[in-house]
Ligand binder design. Sequence first.
Ligand SMILES: Nc1ncnc2c1ncn2[C@@H]1O[C@H](COP(=O)(O)OP(=O)(O)OP(=O)(O)O)[C@@H](O)[C@H]1O
Ligand SMILES: [Mg+2]
Length: 445
Amino acid sequence: MKSRVLIIEDEERMRHLLTLVLSEEGYEVQAAEDGVKGMLLWRDMEPHAVLTDLKMARADGMEVLDFRNRRYQNVPLIILTAFGTIQSAVTAMKQGAYDYLTKPIDNMEVVRVVARAIADTRKEVGVSRGVQGEAKMVGSSQVMHKLYEDIKLIGSTKMSVLITGESGTGKELIAQSIHAHSPRAAKPFIRVNCAAIPHDLLESELFGHVRGAFTGAVGNREGAFVEADKGTIFLDEIGDLPLDLQPKILHAVEDKLVSPVGSSKSRLVDVKIIAATNRNLDQMVHNRQFRSDLYHRLNMYPLRVPPLRQRGADLDELVDYFVALFCREQNKPPLVLADGVLQLLQSYHWPGNVRELKNVLERVVLVCRHGEITEDLLPEKIRSEYIVPQSRSNDYLDLSSQERNLILAALEQSGWNQSKAARKLGITRNTLRYRMKKYAINRTM
Ligand SMILES: Nc1ncnc2c1ncn2[C@@H]1O[C@H](COP(=O)(O)OP(=O)(O)OP(=O)(O)O)[C@@H](O)[C@H]1O
Ligand SMILES: [Mg+2]
């Protein structure tokens, strides 16, 4: 059987050249002229390797990469990039691209890289969609304990779940954990990121399509609901689901009936539905941006994950866990924290939550050259937020950090409207401004 290669490239000459070079090598090649067509073709031809340009009008290379990361993690993706934009290719590689080729293309190199990509991928075993590795959740705060109980409970029921919380709080990890703790654990876990898939593609991604349903639909295709049959479908970023698709989702959630685009036949599926969002769906319902019937249907069992700054006890455990994890990953001996470092981490407000903490610690472990993690290795934003000199008493520390947290909470609750926040706090707007400056609070945090 010939290996199949998909080329996604908007420049016609380049597309033809690559098709020619790779066909001559014995590959079965298909090409698309933009990202959207490329993703459609991807699902129909199921290529063994994909080459994509980065800059394209409809869905660029990064969107294609995201599509691959969600659905086809075992297919190597090679980035085509012009000289001078190598930086973006490097970014793409960090996010999972296999390699990159610079234009003008060297024919021999293309052949070599594609062959290596396909051979390497064949060697890997077990890479597939689904829950990757053991989804380990760290934290023993009361909130987390309650979450663990909920996770077990939900797994055993048929209820749909809505997980809400700020970005980086662990919503996806929780969804994976629910699946892993359910009787469905051995069946598929399919994640659909409603925010990342171009609108044109989303309906067919979810429900599939029949041949000829639209230009580019060259074959019948099963959607995520059917793929997740007997397992779990995770509708991530559900707040970004376009209004016009919401009735169809409601039908799927309520009656477990789905019909592919272009067909009037429905099919019954047995899926557990977990949805997540960092947007305020209540508010969206109020503004008629989200259907209230769908909201209530999904929200049968709401799970709210609090931000990291409200889970002090978890932070210490997470720090230990991530430092040890990255030491192992980077082949370093175990590192300890110098005096004061943990306090700095505790007093920072972590707008990006656990993800931000994880990223910070990965970098810190990387740049740490001695056996101890010292203050100077922490990012400036964390060091500069610490406003209390170390010599002061603990009482003082608590008072200021509490004041800071209060101000932040008031600002967040009032959508960063300073007048409203000041009213909530019972202080004048000027005082609020002064305090915000003192505690280096600003909206970009
Ligand atoms: N309690 C936890 N224990 C260990 N790792 C965690 C925990 N919570 C989150 N993480 C890690 O933090 C990162 C972010 O988590 P996740 O992707 O689940 O967040 P999210 O809420 O879905 O964020 P977003 O809204 O931005 O999509 C992941 O790498 C995840 O493994
Ligand atoms: Mg997420």
